[in-house]
Structure formats: structure tokens, C-alpha cells
Design a protein. Structure first.
Length: 156
């Protein structure tokens, strides 16, 4: 557990863009996102796609460091991954957006969805064979984010 800020202390919150849909809010990182992000990284099914070594995160400091990297990416580059939050409940759903640290083989748009949000993230009408996607790992060295490649177009 990371210590909270001292009473009365605040951290500056840059006025960066967010995206709002009918069900989701894509927003900047907050200290309150660290625990949920760490839990997502600690889930073996999620970890195999979004951690560098494909292993679950077991140390709270590693989860904190990961969230700090995501938040810091915005400060250093002016863009980065958004936190995805369910609008109705305020629940952390995952993260999505561009990622390009200096050691990365190329610019990437990645995503990660918390295991408890996967079923809610895809409406049942979109789970059928007409709309299935194929998960494909990026081939670059150290890449840990899955991407979606649509296998066939959606029909109305």
C-alpha cells in the first residue's frame, strides 16, 4: 500500500483531453487508479498480454510504477494511454491509447481490460462470429500489448 498524500496536499492535474461515450469515460490517470491497475496487471489472463514478461504483477510497487509510467507518458509526450472508466459506476475498466517509450520498437496503440470488465466490455450482440476479432501480439522486442485485427467486416 502506497502512503496517501499529506492532508491538504494536492498534485497538479493537467487539463488534458478526455473522451466520453454513452457508457465510458476515457480520462487521465489518478492516484486512485493504482490499485485497480495493479489488480489488472496481477490477473494471469490480463498479464499475459500487457506485462513485459507476460507474468502477473505480484508486488504493489510494480503496479504503482506501471501507473506512474502511464501517467508520466502524458507529461513527457503530450499523449498516452487513458484510463477507461465505466460511467454509471465509476469502475476502472482498463486502459487504452498510444504508447511510445524510447526503447519501444515503434508507435503503438494498445489496450488492457480488467478481467472483471471483459464480459461487460463487449455487448452480447457483438460476440457472434460476424464480429470476432483476432488478438495479435505486436512482434517488436519487449512489446507487451495486444492489438485487434478484424477478421471480417461487420454486417448490419
Amino acid at each position: 500500500m502506497m502512503p496517501p498524500l499529506k492532508k491538504g496536499a494536492t498534485l497538479p492535474q493537467p487539463d488534458w483531453p478526455g473522451i466520453e461515450t454513452e457508457r465510458l469515460i476515457l480520462r487521465q490517470w489518478r492516484a486512485s487508479d493504482v490499485a485497480a491497475n495493479t489488480a489488472m496487471l496481477g490477473d494471469p489472463l490480463s498479464a499475459r498480454f500487457i506485462t513485459a514478461d507476460r507474468k502477473p504483477v505480484t508486488e504493489p510497487m510494480a503496479g504503482w510504477r506501471n501507473a506512474a509510467i502511464m501517467a508520466g507518458h502524458w507529461v513527457l509526450h503530450g499523449f498516452g494511454m487513458f484510463v477507461v472508466e465505466e460511467k454509471a459506476s465509476g469502475t476502472f475498466v482498463g486502459r487504452v491509447g498510444p504508447f511510445y517509450p524510447p526503447v519501444w520498437p515503434g508507435f503503438e496503440v494498445g489496450w488492457g481490460v480488467a478481467a472483471n470488465s471483459v464480459a461487460r466490455a463487449m455487448p452480447s450482440k457483438r460476440r457472434g462470429p460476424r464480429s470476432t476479432g483476432r488478438l495479435r501480439r505486436s512482434s517488436g522486442r519487449g512489446s507487451s500489448t495486444a492489438s485487434i485485427a478484424r477478421t471480417r467486416p461487420l454486417k448490419p
